[in-house]
Design a protein around this ligand. Sequence first.
Ligand code: GUN
Length: 288
Amino acid sequence: MTARLIDGKAFAAGLRERVAGVAASFASSQGRQPGLAVVLVGEHPPSAAYVRSKAKATREAGMESFEHKLLADVSQGQLMALVDELNADPAVDGILVQMPLPKHIDEQEVIQRIDPEKDVDGFHPMNAGRLSIGLEGLVPCTPLGCLMLLQHELGDLSGLDAIVVGRSNIVGKPMAQLLIQASCTVTVAHSRTKDLPAAVRRADIVVAAVGRPELIRGNWLKPGATVIDVGQERVEQADGTRKLLGDVASSEAMEVAGAITPVPGGVGPMTIACLLRNTVVAAHRRAG
Ligand code: GUN
């Protein structure tokens, strides 16, 4: 059996087009474009690259991009003051502070300072709480993108057994909440799970978000399972080249799974598309 590839790149392109349509109608009714502010602290190269691509995608969707670059030694107080300024700015609908932040900054304090209505990352405890009790709010971008791909692939998810491997606040926990709401039976596995292969083998849906390259092997999977691979780590190969690897051993998984997201071109493009989607949602809610 050869698994179908789930084309996240194509799905994300469609979503970005729909978001651009919504942004255009917002601009014509409100007399301004939806606005997304992105804050980068320091020079962490992957973060700088993410921030550049987020800003470019924002402009391409017909939204205003506000970029704030702060030095790595910025104080907690200076960063909080910038968040306050962005909270108060009527042109800013969404605020994203790129993680990770330097060690001397308290990330939770920063997240909790962001106005929950502008929290397009969905990281604020208010939005995390709303998600957990099924109220409308802003949902973290990566798990939202994963859910969209699963629903596109499988339709109704109700009654399916799902496993989320990884329990981060950014992906694992909100992913589990979304799958519970979609009426899946959900297992959350992590580094202390006793028999991970056996747990994975029970699942119709596997969402892998542990950040351990190729941890999940093909022979762990239930035949026909749908696999969403959130991992993307650059790993040096024997020949010295660097290859982007997911959390799932993809060539093995291709022989067993029913469908799988490739790395790259699967979940990655969905994260930015969902960020743009969250920004137009936030803009509409703020405009009433
Ligand atoms: N760093 C890696 N992914 C993300 C994300 O989705 N949001 C923020 N703010 N930082 C990140």
